[in-house]
Design a protein around this ligand. Structure first.
Ligand SMILES: C[S@@+](CC[C@H](N)C(=O)[O-])C[C@H]1O[C@@H](n2cnc3c(N)ncnc32)[C@H](O)[C@@H]1O
Length: 289
């Protein structure tokens, strides 16, 4: 497994995933009772974007300019995007960037860690030893944070139900192996059996539509509670790019989240467009009852 997230940090996929995740955290925090944030595939916590231009041996085209770079100074963003950009800016400043362009980009652990309340806590799983060591360092000063060098799918079963009886789970795999969609469906089933109200967010790439449709069908057959998909296509079907979009499936979306995310996801379709045919949309896979 060779995946290193720092090549992709701040790209269009991170923008969608992190804007949705922050909104979900804000929605969980509308209630005073604490919750567990479980990040099954946590990465290294935060990223230096200057490293994104260097491969192990070759120069690479950084991806962040077509992601966070497009939003950095964009005016009149919908609330969910404005809050996300402000959170990224705050992290960038905390890490010491004094320039106008983004330099440091937070991963999901750093973004969520910055807004956890005293009654909330986080468990972060990362299987790759070097990434996990970097994650431990990045999160060392975050209170109520446990870092585990382990398989995140196993953690869904091990951590649920938490003593708080409330949980937000982010499942954000690298999709290197063939079994990733099946592993996600399995983790969802097992997690929801243990905590039926768990809010679960699953990131997925849109490489081939048929693959995503098959994933949605598998979810539909799993008798899920209310579930929505926030999806962006940055280019149409015929575009010669590998990942032409991505999405986040949200199981048990908290009250009002769909209405808050809809304008943000639609705006992202335009802001992150790479070719004609770009679009952002919110779809209910299982409608609210
Ligand atoms: C897409 S990155 C995560 C990015 C992170 N969630 C963020 O938003 O900043 C996926 C990470 O999962 C790790 N990984 C792969 N398989 C895993 C598994 N089964 N359990 C835990 N981590 C895994 C990889 O090493 C990689 O760092």
């Amino acid at each position: 497994m060779n995946y290193r997230h720092h090549f992709h940090a701040g790209n269009f996929a991170d923008v969608l995933k992190h804007a949705v995740t922050l909104r979900l955290v804000a929605a969980m925090q509308r209630k005073p009772k604490g919750f567990l944030y479980l990040d099954t595939h946590a990465g290294r916590g935060g990223y230096d974007l200057t490293g994104a231009a260097r491969g192990d041996s070759l120069e690479r085209q950084p991806e962040w300019p077509d992601g966070i770079g497009r939003l950095w100074t964009a005016p009149d963003l919908p609330v969910a995007l404005a809050e996300y950009v402000e959170a990224v800016r705050a992290y960038d400043r905390r890490q010491g960037n004094l320039t106008a362009a983004p330099r440091f980009y937070p991963g999901s652990p750093a973004l969520v860690g910055a807004v956890l309340r005293e009654q909330d806590r986080m468990v972060l799983c990362e299987r790759q030893p070097d990434e996990c060591a970097a994650l431990r360092m990045a999160m060392a000063r975050t209170p109520r944070c446990t870092v585990s060098e382990s398989n995140g799918y196993t953690a869904v079963r091990a951590q649920l139900p938490p003593p708080e009886r409330r949980a937000l789970v982010l499942i954000d795999p690298p999709f290197e192996g063939e079994s990733e969609f099946a592993d996600i469906a399995d983790a969802l089933r097992k997690g929801l059996r243990r905590l039926p109200d768990a809010v679960m967010a699953i990131w997925y790439p849109l490489t081939r539509r048929a693959r995503v449709d098959a994933f949605f069908e598998a979810l539909a057959g799993a008798s899920l509670p209310a579930t929505l998909a926030a999806e962006i296509e940055v280019a149409d079907d015929d575009a010669p790019i590998k990942m032409r979009g991505c999405g986040v499936v949200v199981v048990n979306p908290p009250w009002q989240v769909a209405a808050e995310l809809e304008p943000a996801v639609q705006a992202l379709g335009q802001l992150l467009a790479q070719r004609a045919g770009a679009v952002g949309r919110l779809t209910w896979l299982v409608p609210e009852r």
